[in-house]
Write a protein that binds this ligand. Sequence first.
Ligand code: C5P
Length: 287
Amino acid sequence: MNRQLSLFSPAKINLFLRVVSKREDGYHNLSSVFQTLNLGDTLTFSLSREDQLSATSFLTTFPSTGELPLDSSNLISKAVALFKRNTGFTEGFNIHLEKRIPMQAGLGGGSSNAATALWACNELAQTQIPVKILQQWGAELGSDVPFFFSQGTAYCTSRGEKVHPLPALREQQIWVVKPPEGLSTPEVYQRLQVKTTAKKILERDLDNFLSGILPLFNDLEAPAFEAKPSLYDLKLQLLQGGFESVLMSGSGTAFFCLGEGKFPKELKGTIYSTKTVNRPLSNWYAV
Ligand code: C5P
């Protein structure tokens, strides 16, 4: 019988994000703690003669259904191609994506899908590639992909692909707000003015985090606010609602809010009630 495998593909947030320096290869060195959430997509896989990718979109804000790319530019297709190239596996994969993670949001949806696809291919093809190797392959697909092979809480450095696992946080509610406008990651990085950060400061950030003091900042907020000034207004609106902290995730445009607060009635965008989620050592994420 043709086995079907349905996997959860979680979104991530950056609990803090420091851009440490600009690199010669055009990327930036980062210092950031990433965390997976129970907001996510579902990917269903089965073996078939040819590779096929279809999708159902549950997205309510930009970009809407029609704009989900399902061709070879989709990171899922790229992950499948990479898996087949590296393993010599010749059968096809039939994949259906249920899209819930907003795009152009800084929530890592595409990267999470790519990691989930590598995990699923390895399961269905029974190739038993070690997770560490899948993680290395993931780095070729995008800087954020390797993180998803951690257990869901990790300190990430270099361009994001060096993953240092951290203990899971206490499960807590996190509100995620996605405004209608989106931003592309390269655009945000291009606007960034980088001042190289001393190692001592990076160590202090991580020490603070580990002792329970969240160093809540994101160096990508300033260039994102410059590109889309309405994002700054949204942050102020959310802070006025009483939340303890409001921070943009990754290169935006989604924000996450910690603590108790009220959302203004006139708020434009989609509100998601989420929780942190972590995966057990030998299984993929599940909710
Ligand atoms: O690695 P990924 O393909 O996700 O990166 C997309 C773009 O984001 C890069 O081409 C680069 O412009 C920018 N980026 C960066 N520094 C990083 C990660 C991404 O400048 N650490």
